[in-house]
Design a protein around this ligand. Structure first.
Ligand code: ADP
Ligand code: MG
Length: 725
């Protein structure tokens, strides 16, 4: 198909589409499908010998070390269960640093001696795999001649069955490490950081008198935003197909200004998709909860219920794969890019997090008694210190070429990391900072641990949507992560930064108490110290305002605009010391993450730059020239018959064409500059050479879109993609 034919065919296909009838539960109730394909606690309980089940639960639920001798028995039970569910293959699933999910598939069946086949799945096969790792990014951790990497069973994340028309697969969540045990994935550091944080949190709990606290874990609930467009449009746009975002497209006459999409009616076809997707997610034990339209047209959100952060991270990846697959079944494409459409709000993935254990519950929930509240304030203060001290790392944990288009663009939190506490809690901390003085007469002097400590707000009052890090009553919500990224990176940073803050606070408290200071007085003093050192991170105002940029600078808060500004945070001496001290990353691993971050940035922008040239040359320019010829023919024929021809339109089109041409020339010469010596300078060139040159091509092309006759225009327009569902 050439010229505008592809676009017209796409429009035609959309018009003819009939959504299939879908119901969430034809005859049953949700309870029966939930977790149906999961090797869950209850499945294990019914299929494993009691001692093995107990030992496994001690690891899964109470973070006790895994007894390696259970593997054979678990593997046999898992295999039987999976084969009863129709599985013919098993796969070690891991999360390499491309951000995608990788699977290495093997068959259960092995040839038997007599030409028959026997089903084999030993403990060793369950616990360890050896995928060819050479095609995954490693940032110099693995010499190129050594392609081997290992996957290792993560017993804390349940195995599940992935259904497929060609046979089902037993999927086993795993870590992915190099020969030398260095992390090549997202899961390994998440598990390590979880352990580091738990250890320090336990010290605080002991100080508060809990003698044998259960292991503390972090919880995460991610809100996934995404766009849906008709698949015919998706397939007719090489930019969406290859880079996940539109590299061209004029601003639509009707955008999101009308505010009529948020919580608006969900189109019938989208509803069918959502029911189907939720059903699939339920089978996988993913508790998908809310659904509503987001601000932009064609944009939606799905928030699964929060879980332990490691499981939440795995489920989050599985959720994206599931949404994509189900959308395709419904003739749509699910776009996870942070900014698929310029001028239209982008997509994020808010990460709600809290920490707690089975004995204490949620440690970020203000309690009913002053004692509980003092403990809550300590954990809250730890978050304040963590975010202030390690804000640059938090920013780096969400850095990517794609998220750069969204952060700070007046629709998503700014690149400046600050904390929103709400008025009441801010007031409490302000009083603490002033040494327990009172700012409000009725409340009485605020002293930790005595009855005058006011009832703390579980509802922070106003919701502040402009803050990157907001307290929302019983959790914090980190709003900077991008819709495309794994939540593991942000959670690793949060856990590790919290480990440091809790460690600091515990050490201070322990030494004050050891020196004979009363415990309540000690808490008061430590909170005061934290607030005077780190209180400047608290900001309840409008994060989108220009005033905040100025004020944040005065407060000394970093404003790391782009990925290139943010990534170096990973390799500062302090950051490397932080991560290595808590056993999360070695210095080498940090360097490898930094390199991979830069490589991915370069790769992503390079693909886009090449696509821009190609589409401008082969799709947009020909359409514009056809129109120019039509106009020129018109002028010539008018002149030939002696009618004075107005050349204004022709002139306008011609000048936009020459602008497009010179843009293409410029971008080509930027692309021709070739590989630089270091990945840093390549990244620098991508950011300051390629990106602006791409923008120039785009603006000429977008201008042409508003000039060229509609029947000649080859690319599906924003209007069509966003409003035809
Ligand atoms: P909103 O859009 O108002 O921010 P949503 O209901 O869309 O809220 O999403 C809230 C997310 O926060 C859900 O994933 C929810 O499970 C999660 N969440 C709720 N409580 C906690 C908690 N204590 N810790 C972590 N996540 C939580
Ligand atoms: Mg939300």
């Amino acid at each position: 198909m050439s010229g505008s034919t592809a676009r017209l065919h796409a429009i035609d296909a959309v018009k003819r589409y009939q959504p299939p009838a879908v119901s969430f539960m034809p005859a049953d109730v949700p309870g029966e499908i939930f977790g149906q394909n999961v090797f869950s606690k209850s499945v294990m309980q019914s299929r494993l010998p009691k001692p093995i089940f107990k030992s496994l639960m001690a690891t899964i639920e109470h973070s006790k070390p895994l007894d390696p001798t259970v593997a054979d028995v678990v593997a046999a039970a898992m295999k039987d269960w999976a084969m009863e569910k129709g599985a013919t293959h098993y796969a070690h699933v891991f999360y390499p640093l491309t951000g995608l999910t990788a699977e290495k598939h093997d068959s259960f069946l092995e040839p038997g001696g007599d030409g028959s086949s026997i089903a084999e799945f030993a403990g060793k096969t369950l616990t360890q795999g050896e995928p060819d790792a050479s095609s995954f990014p490693n940032g110099g951790l693995r010499a190129t001649f050594e392609a081997r990497g290992y996957t290792g069973w993560d017993v804390t994340s349940p195995a599940y069955i992935l259904e497929n028309p060609n046979g089902n697969t037993l999927c086993i969540p795993t870590v992915f490490v190099s020969m030398t045990g260095e992390a090549l994935d997202h899961k390994t550091p998440l598990l390590r950081s979880q352990q580091a944080m738990a250890k320090q949190a336990e010290r605080i709990l002991r100080l508060f008198g809990h003698e044998n606290p259960d292991a503390v874990v972090s919880f995460a609930g991610a809100e996934q935003e995404y766009f849906l467009i008709d698949r015919s449009f998706f397939l007719a746009r090489p930019d969406l197909l290859n880079s996940g975002r539109t590299l061209f497209g004029a601003k639509p006459p009707k955008g999101q200004e009308f505010d009529d999409h948020y919580f608006g009616a969900i189109p019938e076809r989208v509803l069918a998709f959502m029911l189907d997707a939720e059903r699939e997610l339920f089978k996988l034990g993913i508790p998908a909860k809310t659904r509503h339209n987001e601000v932009a047209p064609g944009q939606f959100e799905l928030a699964p219920m929060f879980e332990r952060s490691n499981i939440a991270a795995d489920h989050q990846q599985l959720l994206m794969v599931t949404l994509k697959r189900v959308a395709q079944k419904h003739g749509m494409e699910c776009l996870f890019h942070e900014k698929p459409f310029e001028f239209i709000n982008g997509s994020g993935k808010h990460v709600n997090f809290s920490l707690g254990n089975s004995t204490e519950g949620n440690l970020l929930l203000p309690g009913d008694t002053p004692h509980d509240n003092a403990q809550f304030l300590v954990f809250c203060a730890a978050v304040i210190r963590a975010v202030h001290k390690w804000g640059g790392l938090l920013r780096a944990s969400v850095a990517s070429a794609t998220n750069d288009h969204r952060l700070g663009a007046n629709e998503a939190p700014p690149a400046i990391i600050s904390i929103f506490l709400g008025d009441q809690l801010t007031d409490v901390f302000d009083q603490i900072a002033k040494g327990g003085a009172t700012s409000s007469k009725e409340k009485g002097a605020l002293t930790i641990g005595v009855d005058t400590l006011p009832v703390l707000p579980t509802d922070p009052g106003d919701r502040n949507r402009t803050s990157p890090f907001a307290f929302t009553g019983n959790r914090f919500e980190f709003r900077a992560p991008g819709s495309l990224q794994s939540i593991a990176g942000p959670m690793v940073t949060i856990n590790t930064a919290l480990a440091e803050a809790l460690d600091h606070i515990a050490t201070e408290l322990e030494s004050l108490v050891a020196g004979g200071t009363d415990f309540n007085v000690s808490v008061q003093r430590v909170l005061e110290d934290v607030m005077s050192a780190h209180g400047s991170i608290v900001f309840n105002g409008n994060g989108y305002s220009d005033d905040w940029t100025i004020e944040a600078e005065a407060r000394g808060l970093p404003n790391l605009h782009t990925t290139l500004d943010a990534l170096p945070e990973l390799v500062t001496e302090e950051a490397m010391e932080l991560f290595s001290h808590y056993g999360v990353f070695t210095h080498r691993e940090m360097h490898s993450r930094y390199d991979i971050g830069l490589e991915q940035y370069v790769l992503s922008i390079n693909v886009e730059a090449q696509l821009t040239v190609e589409m401008a040359n082969t799709i947009i320019l020909p359409a514009a020239i056809r129109y120019q010829t039509e106009l020129a023919t018109n002028v010539a024929s008018l002149t030939a018959v002696g009618v004075a021809a107005d050349t204004a339109t022709l002139d306008e089109v011609s000048s936009a064409i020459s602008e497009l041409r010179s843009g293409i020339v410029e971008l080509r010469s930027e692309l021709a500059k070739g590989a630089a010596d270091t990945v840093e300078s390549e990244a620098e060139h991508a950011g300051s050479g390629l990106l602006p040159a791409m923008s120039a091509v785009r603006s000429a092309a977008d201008l042409l879109e508003t000039l060229v006759a509609d029947d000649l225009w080859p690319l599906a327009t924003y209007q069509e993609m966003l409003f035809m569902l």
